[in-house]
Design a binder for this molecule. Structure first.
Ligand code: ADP
Length: 222
């Protein structure tokens, strides 16, 4: 399965990725996490992307396309992948199609987690992430005064600089302007699975699983 998880910032892509990895045994490729790792490592790439990320802007297509090209060549992506955070522009989607075409592969499904602007803002302004495993948590301002450690690996929890309220609003605008056109792009390819991302984590998870098994059955009977 070659999957794309798609939705605004805070739509629940990262949260849903975990169960998909377990079900389908394919790696998650989360471009935001990859970029943050480059920054932590202090690489030249990390330095180049820093400004864009902290301002809530997109990193230029050419850079992102090179990163994905290299990542998809790794052996663990041979039998499928879950893309989280890529493509984010029509240019990136076209480059991905061309890349996969060369490998005789294609995107099987695009899972769109639909969430309203207000809910995205609420979620992100209360979101804390683990520095090491990237798990996400939601805390009220009171709870956040004394942050616990990550329950999975005891890593340090922090608020991403781009999750601050003023940047969040801008990221949502960027999503609407540059990324939302992908809804039409993938609807045109009959690949979009439009899911209500405001249901509980569990309900979203079972909706995704149900649709993907229907797709697999359909593919098997063709
Ligand atoms: P989100 O919480 O919005 O899903 P991510 O962790 O996926 O955030 O991405 C954080 C930032 O990394 C983005 O705001 C952007 O600056 C950069 N980034 C990640 N993926 C891409 C991409 N495919 N194209 C351009 N910029 C990207």
């Amino acid at each position: 399965m070659n999957l794309i998880l798609f939705g605004g910032p805070g739509a629940g892509k990262g949260t849903q990725t975990g169960s998909l990895i377990e079900t389908y045994h394919i790696p998650a490729i989360a471009t935001g996490d990859m970029l943050r790792e480059q920054r932590r490592a202090g690489s030249a790439l990390g330095e180049q992307v820093k400004g864009y990320m902290d301002r809530g802007e997109l990193v230029p297509d050419a850079m992102m396309i090179d990163i994905i090209k290299a990542r998809l060549k790794k052996p663990d992506a041979k039998n499928g992948f879950i893309l989280d955070g890529f493509p984010r522009t029509v240019g990136q989607a076209e480059a991905l199609d061309a890349m996969l075409d060369q490998l005789g592969r294609r995107v099987d499904a695009v899972i769109y987690l639909r969430v309203s602007r207000q809910v995205l803002i609420d979620r992100l302004s209360h979101r804390y992430s683990c520095r090491t495993c990237h798990a996400v948590y939601t805390f009220t301002p009171q709870e956040a005064r004394e942050l616990p450690r990550c329950t999975l690996d005891a890593g340090e929890l922090y608020q991403r600089p781009d999750d601050r309220t003023e940047i969040v609003a801008h990221r949502i605008d960027v999503f609407i302007k540059h990324t939302a056109p992908l809804i039409d792009y993938y609807t045109g390819q009959h690949k979009l699975e439009n899911i209500d991302g405001q249901m509980s984590v569990e309900a979203v998870r079972s909706d995704i699983t149900r649709r993907l098994s229907a797709l697999r059955k359909g593919a098997g009977s063709r």
